[in-house]
Write a protein that binds this ligand. Sequence first.
Ligand code: PMT
Length: 404
Amino acid sequence: MNSLAHRHICVIVSGGIAAYKGPELVRRLRDAGAEVRVVMTAAATEFVRPLTFQAVSGSPVHVDLLDPAAEAAMGHIELARWADLVIVAPATADFLARIAHGLADDLAATLCLATAAPLLVAPAMNRLMWAHPATQHNVALLQQRGVHCCGPNDGGQACGETGAGRMAEPLEIVQAAAALHQHDALAGLRVLITAGPTQEPIDPVRFITNRSSGKMGYAVAAAARDAGAQVTLVSGPTRLAPPAGCEFVAATSAADMLQAVLAHVADCDIFIATAAVADYTVSAPAAQKMKKEGAALTLTLEPTQDILRAVAARPGAPFTVGFAAETERLAEYARGKLEAKSLNMIAANLVGRAGTGFESDDNELSVFWRGGEKQLGTASKQILARALVAIIAERYRAEVPHPG
Ligand code: PMT
């Protein structure tokens, strides 16, 4: 279940070059299950045609405050009431100034005044306009009133300059929107997560590893953090920056990862094993770099200890969630692991094909527990992580007895 599923989101597009990212934002919000209505300022229609937004949102686009047809059907007050969340993307300097000062001189600004829904703005403008004290004052004023701000990001700008002022990417805005609706699902809980691959040494310069990039596990850690959990992430070697706000513990081999998990598991409420831990390690890694002898080389491998199984078998084990990476018979093998390892839940994905699973930005997940299952479909790992965390929170509350 996604925290944006069935939400009514009004996207306001104001007139900046970043308006070209608006259709992608609308598409991603709809992928996350939200219903979307689009309102454009007159200037925004100079950058992207309303018809484009109509096509991606599946609903007519609203531009005019005094449109008799729109006022008869869903006028600005109805639209303001309909919205669970209003997102302004891009939010230009002019638009931020107008809503900071309560102007109601077009439909978009009027809607911001008339709605009781949370407001999330994604500023986009030239770096000097963003840094200007007038803009900073307006943004501070809006934030004091509870308006949420996503971005802007640093980087190259349409005007040729470089600096802060680029609109946040559509996916970041979707994540910020989801976080607004999900901030307390795991509040007060400690969550321990494994992520990434392990490296099993052959000699001091060679190792056996796998294709895990850590993207899925890091997304799960960020989603659990956004859901209010205190997160510890035990990660194998990846190229990713540790998610902000999570305790980070680096591990290299399966044995290291086991040790790190055992050192942190005692006081955790939920354990999520996203890591692709090596099933075998080299029995006797060479102390020095092995020389090429010309003949075939045989390595003796021995099984590693299963971290997930060890955690689930502990007395007073946390709510334990495994992952299953399969190349066939996904549901059957995943349910087999759920039982064999005594897990509370398992998230299963097909691997070994392009576009999902290892390394890619997207994935396709199915989630199984005793007496239930849910297909989360194909989406970015961030969106799937949020949906998975929502199910974990729900199942945790259903299965773990709570005082009071
Ligand atoms: O990192 P990415 O590139 O984003 O890719 C994500 C992913 C494909 C790695 C991820 O979605 C995933 O499927 N992770 C589990 C990979 C795996 O090892 O699956 P498995 O079916 O072999 O193992 C089952 C479970 O046992 C997993 O939760 C695994 O973490 C755990 N395990 C396995 C072996 C071991 N020694 N210790 C373990 O804890």
